[in-house]
Write a protein that binds this ligand. Structure first.
Ligand SMILES: Nc1ncnc2c1ncn2[C@@H]1O[C@H](COP(=O)(O)OP(=O)(O)OP(=O)(O)O)[C@@H](O)[C@H]1O
Length: 824
């Protein structure tokens, strides 16, 4: 066990029935006898008597002059020491103050830890709309304000707050959207280059804290109430107004007190949920994390360690206080602030010498029908579960899941120049170093986001960045308010603050709602899902008989697949429920395991536990195997078994049969039938398609046959023509051989001309002409030689004859081979 739990043993837990929370004295009230009344009666001392040495603007002065009690009034000179202030918030002496607070803390050393979260039953300290008193809320929340940055949820919201000044300002705010801030050219480093200009989500001026809260923090507070982690932090040069913005003072409450009011306002506006609120407050001083709420009497160290890595980081030992009212929160804040380290520096009368983190963990769940732990019933019997540092305390009951988120409000120490004081110089070195690391981390994250890289981010280089790792890595809505001093002698620091603001704007976020479920909640979710799925299945079933004709095969397939999916999911969920119930039954029937995990254990202890658990599992597995073998070897129930166990067995079997029947019926109804019908439809559709294709093919074959015939005809025709050509040539040669033509001077026509001879030959059936060789040898003297020479030079001339054959007019018939007459 850790020191934390050791300390728990000396602090008896005081449980108060939950319904009485609003009526019973709160932690602070309860200890009135021990805590000085002066402290309780000055709730607003969070930001009391803060001053800075530079002058305020005229309007700020005018405002404070109307309020003589305002803590902003004595700004024109170094403030006189304020006794009550000193008493409530001790300043750091020249060396860091001792952590044994008996002397310094306003709280006596025996302040009980009544609201320590480890000492109360969470079910007894829930807050809901009934328990929130009218004084706990800030009035109506403007819905429009909550919706303001909804569109920028994946980006860090970055705003600038310019502290009022009476000196000439080096910066001017540009008009329009996005809001810009520009350095007057005369204050730029070089007159040649244009002076820097920056654009941001908001640029705020003046001393009013309400508009600042509304603009930069309200939507983030509401996001935290909605289940998202949210971080608001102030960054800037020393004395630029970070603490004034975060904590403010009685006149001008800052972001923290306003946020707390809104938390309770939100609870009051949400009657359907109940909440468990717990807060912690720490500071990082000289790279050491100190618990600002640790009880002064505690002998244990106040040094808090960071455990875990990546997005799973937690702090331990860290005291968390349950708060049930605004008064309770205020008391916690006062106590923490009283322990914070501040000191007078050259620039700030009360400079924060550390980074402070106020964290509110919000757990909530739907309200049950009846209230109280007995009515709602714990899902796990026995004593409350061991505390989990940073983990859930509220249990998911009756299927109601628990939403868990954290709202972190961070006041960073301011960057500063060197000072003559050695102690301040050392602190300043640590402050500057951790701010530098924050800048590097932000720069790398921004670069990674812009260039889609995954470069190593040096979170571990400082406690601050390591602690902020889960949020900076993306799982939080972040709002940064950068405070600047507009004076001309702070241009360098302001420019560096604005560059940091510019870089952090590029960091990519993707906050997820934190939801926790226990077995019962999961089972309930499964049951609801099954109901829903069954309804859907029934609707589909009811709709499908009306549709079949209208659906295409594809649609039917999809419909069948959807039904199949639904049935599969129902089966899967039913199985999950049965498995979980069996596990739960077994859990309930056996004594609590001695190996139940205590989350306060050290990693070594956990490892040992793990080894022991593994060994036990092995032994149990062997036992199970042998038991199973024995079970198989004997009948389920001996014949002489008692009647009631027989009945139980029968009931169990009947239940299994019913389950199987449902599954089988579901399969048959929703899977078998539609599939068969679909298959038939598909087959029918394809048959028609096939027939069409076959017909088309037949038609094509006929066409192809026709084509072949046509070709054959053409080929024959061509052969015939060639044959005719040859016959004609032979005829002409013969004609010449008969001496009916010569190159000699024209002889008077003889008694028979060519046609007559031809006709005569035809008559005497001179069908067998001499071979072409014959007639070519005789062709020399042919009167048609001239024309033949043309033909010889162009063997294909006959083929190329124009369709309008001039020889047509000279047509005559000749008998070829005694078979048929050919017309020429
Ligand atoms: N906007 C403002 N209007 C009026 N007064 C302001 C404003 N901002 C800061 N101040 C005053 O300036 C002084 C210094 O402010 P504050 O302590 O908040 O600075 P800081 O940035 O937290 O400094 P450090 O980093 O040193 O802690 C305080 O007295 C505060 O009241």
């Amino acid at each position: 066990m850790t020191t934390d739990s050791a300390s728990r043993t000396v602090r008896p837990g005081t449980f108060t029935p939950r319904r009485q929370v609003s009526h019973r004295p709160s932690a602070s009230e309860g200890s009135v006898g021990r805590i000085p009344r002066t402290i309780l009666s000055t709730p607003g001392n969070l930001g009391s008597a803060r001053k800075y040495k530079s002058k305020l603007s005229i309007d700020a002065r005018a405002r404070v002059s109307h309020r003589p009690t305002s803590h902003l009034s004595p700004v024109l000179c170094t403030p006189p020491k304020n006794k009550s202030y000193d008493a409530s918030r001790p300043k750091t002496p020249t060396t860091p103050r001792s952590r044994s607070r008996g002397a310094e803390s306003p709280y006596p050393s025996d302040v009980p830890s009544e609201m320590d979260v480890t000492q109360v039953d969470p079910e007894e300290v829930l807050v809901d709309y009934k328990t929130v008193g009218a004084g706990d809320i800030s009035g109506e929340i403007d819905e429009a304000l909550l919706l303001q940055d909804r569109g920028k949820e994946d980006k860090v919201m970055v705003s600038i707050r310019i502290r009022p000044t009476t000196s000439p300002a080096a910066w001017e705010v540009t008009k329009g959207q996005p809001r810009g801030i520009k350095l007057f050219p005369q204050y730029g480093r070089s007159t040649l280059s244009s002076p820097p200009q920056f654009n941001f989500d908001e640029i705020l001026t003046g001393s009013e804290n309400k508009p600042v809260y509304n603009a930069v923090a309200r939507s983030h507070v509401c996001a935290a109430m909605d289940g998202y982690n949210a971080v608001v932090f102030a960054y800037g040069q020393t004395a630029s107004g970070k603490t004034f913005t975060l904590s403010g003072n009685e006149e001008q409450p800052g972001i923290i007190p306003r946020a707390m009011k809104d938390v309770f306002a939100c609870i009051r506006r949400t009657p359907s949920r109940e909440y468990l609120l717990r807060c912690s407050y720490l500071e990082i001083y000289n790279e050491t994390i100190q618990d600002l709420l640790a009880p002064p009497s505690s002998t244990t160290s106040h040094i808090v360690e960071i455990h875990g890595s990546g997005s799973n980081v937690w702090l331990s030992p860290l005291r968390e206080e349950v708060v049930t009212s605004l008064k309770g929160v205020r008391e916690v804040l006062e106590r923490g602030n009283a322990n914070r380290r501040t000191a007078t520096t050259n620039w700030n009368e009360r400079s924060s010498r550390s980074h402070s983190v106020f964290r509110l963990v919000i757990e909530s769940r739907e309200r049950g029908e009846s209230m109280g732990s007995a009515a709602s019933g714990r899902s796990t019997p026995g004593p409350p579960r061991p505390p989990t540092p940073g983990g859930p305390r509220l249990q998911a009951l009756g299927g109601r899941s628990v939403q868990m988120s954290a709202l972190s409000l961070i006041d960073l120490a301011g960057s500063e120049k060197a000072t003559s004081d050695r102690e301040r110089t050392k602190e300043g070195k640590y402050i500057n170093q951790s701010l530098l690391t924050l800048g590097t981390v932000i720069g790398t994250l921004a670069d990674n986001a812009a260039k889609h890289k995954a470069d190593y981010v040096p979170f571990r280089n400082s406690k601050l960045t390591r602690m902020l790792q889960p949020s900076l890595s993306g799982n939080a809505r972040i709002s940064v308010i950068c405070t600047i001093n507009p004076d001309t002698d702070a241009v360098g620091e302001s420019t560096s603050t604005l560059s940091f603001a510019q870089r952090i704007k590029k960091v990519q976020l993707s906050a997820k709602k934190g939801e926790l479920m226990d077995t019962e909640a999961l089972l309930q979710r499964y049951r609801l899902e099954i109901e829903d799925l069954k309804k859907k299945l029934a609707e589909r079933e009811a709709g499908s008989p009306a549709k079949p004709g209208q659906l295409s095969a594809q649609e039917k397939l999809e419909e069948s697949k959807a039904m199949k999916d639904l049935s599969a999911r129902i089966r899967q969920l039913t199985k999950l429920i049965l498995t979980s119930q069996t596990v739960e039954e077994r859990e309930a029937s056996r004594p609590a395991s001695p190996a139940r995990v205590d989350f306060d254990m050290t990693p070594y202890q956990l490892q040992q536990e793990l080894l022991a658990a593994r060994r036990e599992i092995e032994t149990k597995s062997t036992q199970i195997l042998s038991l199973e073998a024995a079970l198989l070897a004997r009948p389920e129930l001996p014949p002489d078994a008692p009647e009631d166990s027989k009945d139980r067995h029968i009931a169990k079997q009947a239940k299994t049969i019913r389950e199987l029947e449902i599954i089988v019926a579901g399969y048959e109804d929703h899977l078998g039938e539609p599939l068969r019908a679909v298959r038939e439809d598909v087959e029918r559709e394809w048959e028609v398609k096939l027939e069409k294709e076959a017909k088309l093919r037949r038609e094509k074959e006929v066409w192809a046959e026709e084509l072949v015939k046509q070709l054959e005809k053409e080929r024959k025709m061509r052969n015939k023509l060639e044959e005719q050509g040859r016959v004609l040539a032979a005829f002409v040669n013969k004609f010449d051989a008969l001496g009916l033509g010569s190159d000699a001077p024209h002889t008077p026509p003889r008694s028979k001309n060519t046609y007559e001879v031809f006709a005569e030959r035809q008559k005497t059936k001179l069908g067998s002409f001499a071979s072409s060789d014959d007639f070519s040898s005789n062709a020399v003297d042919s009167p048609m030689r001239l024309q033949l020479s043309h033909i010889k030079g162009h063997p294909n001339l006959l083929e190329q004859m124009p369709e309008e054959d001039p020889w047509n007019d000279l047509s005559f018939e000749v008998e070829v081979g005694g078979k048929e007459n050919i017309r020429y």
